[in-house]
Design a protein around this ligand. Structure first.
Ligand code: IVH
Length: 675
């Protein structure tokens, strides 16, 4: 009898821990304690098999392989949603709803993310999980109960009293991005095949005949509806139904809301779109549902989709296209980057024709070949990348399209034929020719002239190419001694445009030291570091003379950056260019600022996201005026992170490192104290 009571208690403790960890995302006990409890229950059940129940958490580890999945007929069909891709289509949906309900005033909608996973139905009888199935063709699906039992976010027993006799919960199985990243990393380490996205990983995992494999895959679940209920009243609104499911301890999206009218729908769509990159899971849109259950019933269905709901989709972030060639580009620092030339494809809101393949290891790992069908991803403003090859579509050997060979990185620079070097511990290879390589020279000049560096008006990429190819310019210093005539003779140039260029070069002179240091294109020295260096040393000569140890005194400069700066100023070629730029008066030295004795002297701030009132420059000015410093990334040295809207990964990092996080109000308060 005592064993039975203990088994009950253990089951409750373990399921509570599962709920806190997987549903609430707020762990209550350490992992070791969880493991101890689980082991104790397993031992107890081994000694007393009569105590084993189907809802026992020990059953979540998976069972032996099935021969195939049984078919399950859905009592209530699992339908799909119609899609909207524009505000106009959303407005048309709202109009149809109002007409259908014969209502003048605005409609209340329950809104939630459209999860990018797989539809599932879960059946609970007297609160006990009895079966779960995939959507299949909507009328019948596959019984994947054994696999669903391994998903710890899915309760095996619903919480609370007065449970319905029967409850069918509809929702989506998906894989969280962090679990997906880990799964792929493990696969990569073992040299196994990786999944192209969390959706495919979730689908592959859920359709395993051996649920022990599913158990290792860490799937997740969110409820978004009720298929059928008996022995309880269906709540009067969708929002209330979701709240009820949450009380039963079923996972529901935190991002759900109730809004009114088209304006409310659009505001939600935009808000969710902003959160999208930072959500722990992939979504492909928002779902809008007429909130009142009675209205839903009145509107009913057309063919296979409800009239009361619609999916408002974001532009696809992934698309399928074909690799037409793989080229190798040489960057400013000589790094060779393989680039896939693609059949043009509309993805993430723009037409994409190139996608980076990062480096040779990456191409090998993904085994991307010319002629392959590939999935291209463009999320937000990130450079498009090839996510993976659809091997099923690879052209076969000896057929019309021959199979292309695996990609190999050239051993000489494609621009200057100099040997390439692979740096120890890096996957990148680099042209060994430095600024003697025309590609690097061009990139160095393009960088030098760019808006945030010397800001030379009238000097675009194409013009730089011509200037270098014609031998008119070898280094940035040569820009200052260009003659009018040869420039006017270049393609698409004339007397007037040549005059403009020369005037642009002249006007760009006398730049502050920080910009000039950035313009030099020293490896590892971005805008912020350039600013720090200029501030610290005041004069270029002082910076050039600084040994690595002296450079380390500059905030945020570590050994790698210091070594790179020192090496740059040791090169005779660089010294000659700088001397010529000095003659041309490209920059003006300043006085090193004395370290301010302000209240935040030595304190390091990181700004992330958009602040409601202050611009970034204003926030920076306030910090610097008090002797504080603004760093570009969060590290152990950071004292405060000031977070606005859409804060991004810096906020996550700050939370991980337990760094004090300030919103704008708290930031202003901090600075106003004692003023
Ligand atoms: S409601 C009767 N809500 O989208 C309407 N579906 O195209 C049932 N989905 O197969 C669907 N997130 O797998 C609904 N918040 C959400 C959803 C959602 C994702 C999926 C679902 C369904 C498909 C419909």
């Amino acid at each position: 009898m005592r064993s039975e009571a203990r088994a009950l208690e253990l089951r409750r403790l373990i399921e509570d821990a599962n709920y806190r960890y997987y549903v609430r995302d707020d762990p209550a006990i350490p992992d070791v304690e969880y493991d101890r409890l689980l082991r104790e229950l397993q031992d107890l059940e081994a000694v007393h098999p009569e105590l084993l129940t189907s809802d026992s958490p020990t059953q979540r580890v998976g069972a032996g392989p099935l021969k195939d999945f049984a078919q399950v007929a859905h009592d209530v069909p699992m339908l799909s949603l119609n899609n909207a891709f524009s505000e106009g289509e959303v407005a048309a949906f709202d109009r149809r709803v109002r007409e259908g309900l014969e209502r003048e005033g605005p409609i209340e909608y329950a809104v939630e993310p459209k999860f990018d996973g797989l539809a599932i139905t879960l059946r609970y009888e007297q609160g006990l999980f009895v079966r779960g199935a995939t959507r299949g063709d909507g009328t019948s699906g596959e019984d994947v109960s054994a696999n669903l039992r391994t998903i710890r976010a899915i309760p095996m027993r619903l919480a609370g009293e007065n449970l319905p006799e029967l409850l069918e919960v509809r929702g989506e199985v998906l894989m969280l991005r962090r679990d997906f990243d880990k799964l792929n990393q493990d696969a990569r380490d073992k040299g196994e095949k990786t999944f192209v996205n969390p959706r495919n990983a979730a689908a592959g995992s859920l359709r395993q005949l051996d649920s022990r494999i599913t158990a290792q895959r860490r799937l997740h679940f969110f409820s978004y509806g009720i298929g059928r209920v008996e022995g309880a009243d269906l709540p009067a609104t969708h929002a209330a139904a979701m709240d009820w499911l949450a009380e039963l301890r079923l996972p529901v999206a935190q991002q759900r809301r109730v809004v009114v009218g088209v304006a409310g729908l659009m505001a939600y769509f935009n808000e969710l779109g902003e959160q999208r990159p930072n959500l722990p899971f992939d979504i492909d849109g928002a779902v809008y549902k007429v909130n009142r259950s009675a209205d839903q019933e009145r509107l009913g269905f057309v063919s296979r989709a409800p009239r009361f709901a619609i999916a408002h989709k974001y532009p696809a972030q992934e698309e399928l296209t074909v690799v037409e060639a793989i080229d190798v580009q040489v960057g400013r620092t000589g790094v060779l980057t393989p680039v896939a030339r693609l059949k043009p494809v509309f993805v993430g809101g723009v037409t994409v024709t190139n996608a980076t393949l990062h480096n040779e290891d990456e191409v090998r790992r993904k085994d991307v070949r010319v002629g392959d069908s590939v999935i291209v991803r463009r999320a937000g403003d990130v450079i498009p990348e090839v996510v993976g090859v659809v091997l099923e579509r690879r052209p076969m050997k000896d057929l019309v399209t021959p199979l292309h060979e695996p990609f190999v990185m050239p051993t000489v620079c494609p621009e200057c034929d100099a040997p390439v070097l692979r740096l120890e511990g890096e996957s990148a290879v680099r042209c060994s020719n430095g600024l003697a390589c025309p590609a690097q020279r061009k990139q160095a000049i393009i960088h030098f002239a760019s808006r945030r560096a010397m800001d030379i008006e009238g000097l675009g990429d194409k013009l730089v190419e011509q200037l270098v190819d014609r031998g008119l310019v070898q280094t940035p210093a040569d820009l200052y001694s260009l003659d009018l005539e040869p420039v006017a003779g270049l393609e698409r140039m004339a007397q007037k445009s040549a005059e403009n260029l020369l005037a642009g070069v002249k006007a760009s002179r006398h730049k502050p030291l920080a910009r000039f240091v950035f313009a030099l294109g020293i490896r590892q020295v971005g805008e912020q570091t350039a600013r720090d260096l200029a501030r610290h040393f005041g004069k270029l000569d002082a910076l050039m003379a600084a040994a690595a140890e002296a450079l380390l005194l500059v905030p945020d400069v570590g050994p790698v950056v210091a070594a790179s700066i020192a090496a740059f100023f040791r090169e005779s070629h660089n010294l000659a260019v700088i001397e010529a730029l000095r003659q041309a008066q490209a920059w003006v030295d300043g006085e090193a600022l004395p370290v301010s004795p302000g209240r935040f002297a030595g304190k390091i701030f990181v700004l992330t996201g958009t602040l409601p009132n202050l611009t970034r420059d204003q926030a920076r000015a306030r910090i610097e005026a008090e002797g504080g410093k603004v760093a570009g990334s969060v590290s152990g040295k950071t004292d405060y992170v000031v977070a606005g809207v859409e804060p991004g990964s810096k906020l996550v990092k700050a939370e991980q490192l337990s760094i004090e996080i300030l919103d704008e109000a708290a930031f202003l308060h901090l600075f106003e104290q004692g003023e």
